[in-house]
Design a protein around this ligand. Structure first.
Ligand SMILES: [Zn+2]
Ligand SMILES: [Zn+2]
Length: 386
């Protein structure tokens, strides 16, 4: 069975919804206009119950099937990014400095399309919980919705989500059993020395050589402390110190990101960062403090659910369009919180050539929406057949 005919017919409507949302990008948890629009569409669609204001602007809508059974969750993210749009599209952002540069407008439209089809046809047993989530980009929306108790409250037993992938062949799907996206942490190392006149450096304790040495030493965590065949990224992305040409600053700091898959590796990196901070600072006669912020966990698919989703994707898209054993990505996604709590899988959907995610020229490809919506709908019909 390829793309569902009824969903193909919803293509123009999904594009209209998506373009409306694209014009009104909102960031983080403050998605008032977006959530109001989504809730209005869900009410029109005729879902059986609609629950708004979860995690401030999140929504859960329930559609009942034709017979009793379990509850499956489908999740879309709704938030935009603080990027100034440069697409020149007629549906471009009307809010300067904000845009849907990750295609969450498309994810929302695809889940609305699947909802409309599922509410019309109800060819499944049990219930489907449609989860519209805020604040994916800042990485806490999923966690806050889970802390608000949606999994227990709606009895969600398994959960699926997909993300559009620009640059990946149109209409192809990638997923994998086990880890698919990395855990993401951030760190800051704050160095304290003694400032003074740049002409008399002997009277100072200069943080700048210490920060430089730390940035070099941190490169050795991946190359010297970690197994060569295991994926890990440690990037120093900021160094800050000083305000003038003739002043040695008294303090400075550097910061960066850690992408990992294994809690033991994550622990090793944290320990090495602390050792490098304190040891290098001491070598230069300064003191240092590490602030380490644990972010989203790795997105780890359940092996059986990934195999199931692969099978459903092959049914919709064809045998050769689906890679069920794709390579892990070093990007991150807060859907990992859901997968820590429930079995499920996360999939990438290729939308063809174009600017990459988080780029000011990026735009969601509306042509891919009927494919994504069919995939979401078939996950429900196949997971909980009548
Ligand atoms: Zn993003
Ligand atoms: Zn995204």
């Amino acid at each position: 069975m390829p793309i569902l005919n009824r969903i193909a017919a919803l293509g123009p409507e999904m594009a209209e919804w998506r373009r409306y949302l694209h014009r009104i990008p909102e960031i983080g948890f403050d998605l008032d206009r977006t959530a109001a629009y989504v809730a209005a569409r869900l009410a029109e669609i005729g879902v059986d119950s609609l629950h708004t204001g979860i995690a401030r602007s999140g929504i859960v809508a329930i559609i009942e099937g034709q017979a009793p059974g379990p509850t499956i969750g489908l999740r879309a993210d709704m938030d935009a990014l603080p990027i100034h749009e440069e697409t020149g599209a007629s549906h471009a952002s009307t809010t300067p400095g904000a845009m849907h540069a990750c295609g969450h407008d498309g994810h929302t439209a695809m889940l609305l399309g699947a909802a409309k089809y599922l509410a019309e046809t109800r060819a499944f047993r049990g219930r489907v919980a449609l989860i519209f989530q805020p604040a994916e980009e800042e990485g806490s929306g999923a966690r806050v919705m889970i802390e608000d108790g949606i999994l227990e409250r709606f009895g969600i037993e398994r959960i699926f989500a997909l993300h559009n992938a620009p640059g990946m062949e149109f209409g192809t799907v990638m997923t994998a059993p086990g880890p698919i996206m990395a855990a993401v942490d951030t760190f800051e190392i704050h160095v304290t020395g003694r400032g003074g006149h740049a002409a008399m450096p002997d009277e100072t304790a200069d943080p700048i050589p210490a920060l430089s040495a730390m940035a070099s030493a941190i490169q050795c965590i991946v190359s010297r402390n970690h197994h060569a065949l295991d994926a890990l990224v440690v990037s120093v992305t900021q160094i800050h110190a000083g305000t003038a040409f003739n002043v040695v600053p008294g303090t400075g700091w550097l910061g960066g990101t850690v992408r990992s898959f294994d809690p033991a590796v994550q622990g090793m990196v944290r320990r090495r960062l602390a050792e490098i901070a304190v040891g290098q600072a001491a070598a230069f006669g300064l003191t240092a403090r590490l602030d380490y912020h644990v972010g989203d966990p790795a997105t780890v698919n359940d092996a059986a659910e990934a195999a199931f989703a692969t099978e459903v994707a092959r049914e919709v898209l064809g045998e050769t369009a689906v890679d069920g054993a794709a390579d892990r990505q070093m990007g991150a996604e807060d859907f990992g919180h859901f997968l820590e709590a429930r079995p499920g899988a996360y999939l990438f959907l290729g939308q063809g050539p174009g600017a990459g995610l988080h780029h000011p020229a990026y735009d969601f490809n509306d042509e891919v929406a009927p494919i994504g919506a069919s995939l979401l709908a078939r996950l429900v019909e196949r997971a909980q057949p009548l």
